[in-house]
Design a protein around this ligand. Structure first.
Ligand code: CMP
Length: 485
């Protein structure tokens, strides 16, 4: 934060010390030479000799008044500067200190006054000055308004010194430096001081970002539509959470706020340790996002006009090149017996689909006429047990699923859900039939796998198909379904 510009306090203290010493000396002299002083004044003043006592008493009043003032200041420093700070951990508000000083000084002064001038009736003095009071009241209307608004602010304690506040429609924003009997003093982030009258502040909405509170900020950015949201969200969250002054207590949230004209619009919500440094932290967060984008080859979107030349698509979107798909399929164990040409034929027929984390790829009970190979990512096979999802297996890159419904013609036996952003290759009934015709052994190995998986399902939920030589039954079911001999 900005360094406060303080007046030299040590110089003030020294002056106070000199004044206190001089006043005490003066008072001592007046008391010690009281009698002599009165005699001297009487002799000097001739006709006005009767006033000599009043003058000496007035002198006493002045000196004692100054001493009372110094005493109140000392008391103020002890109570609010020391005890309050030790107990609460921060300085007492100036307004409270001032009210204390005024009340304590008035009380002390009245005490001194009545002891020096016992015959003067102060009550009468005040009541007879009603007109004076009205004039004074009118003149001090604004000042008193500020004063009472300040008192109500203090009583309410909506904010304190060190908090960041934004006041009114003009949104004067800065760190509260002082709350006096007249105004709230805030230091803006341009190091300007703004004074807001207490009475105006009392009427305006005030946004308080308290020091002890975990205050959040939002930072915005855009990406091109070709960049995957799951990847973007992961990359940005990891980049932001390590930045200085980003609170470790709550992980930053990255989310899509709009699908805009120029790209996908995101916001990062993060919490700050020290809210007063939000400008620097916002900038650091943007910087981290830029570098993270560079490393992860993500693209910022800016107002652009992109001309897309559409190639006739197959159903679904193909990602990656054909070589990678052939490589993936030839690593799948059930396709191991296939020739290079046959694998290439399946790869040609395969259609790629991308699923976000948590999305359902296939749903139990649905009819199914295709199977899937996990190309990138991970999926979970889940069945419903007492209304709750129960994971039967987790399948990784190179694993396949959906073969049961495809090969038997029965409904899907389980839900398959993407764990992270996942790309699957879908292979349809037609492509598999062509392969079966030339590879009858494939049907055999598949029926074993399906029987095994069914047992896996039966071990957890009661979907047992009766035991016995299940794979033989499945084998004939597959042959029937595909019209094989
Ligand atoms: P299908 O029944 O077509 O749809 C759900 C899929 O989940 C199923 O095919 C299998 O591919 C898969 N599946 C079911 N049970 C298991 C299991 N025990 N282990 C692995 N995969 C399974």
């Amino acid at each position: 934060m900005f360094a406060n510009v303080n007046r030299p306090r040590s110089k003030n203290k020294f002056v106070l010390f000199i004044v206190a010493t001089a006043v005490m000396l003066g008072l001592y002299l007046i008391i010690a030479f009281d009698h002599g002083l009165r005699e001297l004044l009487r002799a000097q003043m001739g006709g006005l000799a009767s006033q000599a006592d009043t003058i000496v008493n007035a002198l006493r009043l002045v000196f004692l008044g100054i001493l009372a003032y110094l005493f109140v200041r000392l008391l103020n420093a002890l109570i609010f500067g020391l005890a309050f700070r030790l107990r609460r951990g921060f300085d007492a508000p100036t307004l409270v200190r001032n009210v204390f000083s005024i009340v304590a000084f008035t009380g002390l002064f009245l005490l001194i006054f009545t002891s020096i001038f016992p015959n003067v009736n102060l009550g009468a003095l005040f009541t007879t000055s009603a007109i004076f009071g009205v004039i004074l009241g009118l003149a001090l209307q604004d000042t008193l308004g500020n004063f009472f608004a300040g008192i109500s602010l203090q009583a309410d304690r909506p904010f304190q010194v060190g908090d960041v506040i934004a006041v009114g429609v003009q949104r004067h924003t800065g760190v509260v430096e002082e709350i006096t009997w007249r105004a709230i003093k805030i230091r803006t982030f341009q190091n300007h001081v703004v004074l807001i009258n207490n009475s105006s502040a009392a009427k305006e909405p005030i946004e308080v970002c308290a020091r002890g509170n975990l205050n959040a900020r939002l930072v915005y950015f855009n990406t091109l539509y070709i960049d995957s949201p799951a990847k973007t969200i992961h990359v940005v969250r990891e980049a932001v959470r390590e930045a200085d002054n980003v609170s470790q207590k709550i992980a930053p949230i990255v989310r899509i706020r709009n699908l805009g004209d120029n790209g996908v619009e995101y916001e990062v919500k993060y919490w700050l340790d020290d809210y007063a440094k939000y400008n620097d932290t916002d900038a650091l967060v943007r910087q981290r996002i830029w570098y993270a984008f560079k490393r992860a080859t993500l693209n910022f979107a800016y107002p652009t006009r992109t001309l897309f030349v559409e190639r006739k698509p197959k159903t679904g979107v193909r990602r990656g090149d054909g070589g990678a798909i052939i490589e993936r399929l030839s690593a799948v164990d059930i396709f191991a017996p296939l020739s290079g040409e046959e694998t290439a034929m399946i790869a040609e027929a395969a259609v790629s689909h991308v699923f976000a984390p948590g999305e359902t790829v296939i749903r139990a009970g649905d009819p199914g006429s295709s199977m899937f190979v996990v190309h990138n990512g991970r999926v979970r096979v889940q069945v419903s047990e007492n209304g709750k999802p129960r994971t039967v297996a987790t399948l990784n890159e190179g694993d396949f699923f959906g073969e049961m419904a495809l090969f038997t013609g029965e409904p899907r036996t389980a839900n398959v859900v993407a764990v992270e952003e996942t790309e699957v290759l879908e292979i349809g009934h037609g492509a598999m039939k062509r392969v079966f015709n030339t590879n009858p052994d494939l049907v055999d190995s598949l029926s074993h796998i399906i029987a095994e998986r069914r047992q896996g399902l039966a071990a957890r939920v009661d979907t047992s198909h009766g035991g016995g030589d299940e794979s033989a039954g499945i084998l004939s079911a597959i042959k029937r379904f595909f019209g094989l001999n």
